[in-house]
Design a protein around this ligand. Structure first.
Ligand SMILES: [Zn+2]
Length: 173
């Protein structure tokens, strides 16, 4: 009885090894350790089940731990899929970023920055891309307007980590 029960566990153990290695190697794409931890925990479960069936003679350990492992695999798979989708899809940044940008732009109001529009944010991997139109007082000289744009751009990049900002300036009344 105990001998027959060991087969699916051993199969699972062997099956999971290449998965672990593949995860370690795929550093460039998704630096996720979730997969690795999932496999480590599953292997611990396998060991406990083997010990319980082999030495404890508790026949219920096999189906119970199998069920727990199955649920754990499903849970990890969902977690990994969610993480990968977030990385692969262009997602806009959280609203707090919009607020931070508005706050930074407002600091330059007295210098001739009237506001901004067409703000677009997106995340690509760990990088944040921010695009906006800056409204600069039309009476400013070209050099001054350019200087202001650069200052706003650098302020945003300095305050939002890993951000790449692109600003197009519009003259306003
Ligand atoms: Zn515009």
């Amino acid at each position: 009885m105990a001998k027959r029960n060991r087969i699916p566990f051993l199969f699972l153990f062997v099956q999971n090894r290449p998965f672990t290695h593949r995860n370690r190697r795929a550093k460039g794409v998704v630096r996720s350790r979730t997969g690795y931890y999932a496999v480590t925990n599953i292997n611990t479960g396998v060991l406990i089940a083997l010990l319980l069936t082999a030495f404890g003679g508790w026949s219920l350990a096999d189906p119970l731990i199998s069920l727990v492992i199955a649920l754990y695999i499903i849970k990890s798979a969902i977690g990994l899929a969610h993480e990968s989708i977030n990385v692969l899809m262009d997602r806009s940044l959280p609203v707090e970023i919009d607020r931070t940008i508005a706050e930074i732009v407002a600091r330059y109001r007295t210098m001739g920055v009237r506001g901004f529009h067409d703000l677009r944010t997106r995340r690509s991997g760990s990088q944040k891309f921010i695009d906006l139109h800056l409204e600069v007082d039309r009476d400013k000289r070209f050099e001054e307007a350019h200087g202001l744009t650069v200052r706003v751009l650098r302020a945003i990049e300095a305050e939002i980590p890993r951000s790449k900002v692109h600003i197009h300036s519009d003259p306003v009344e």
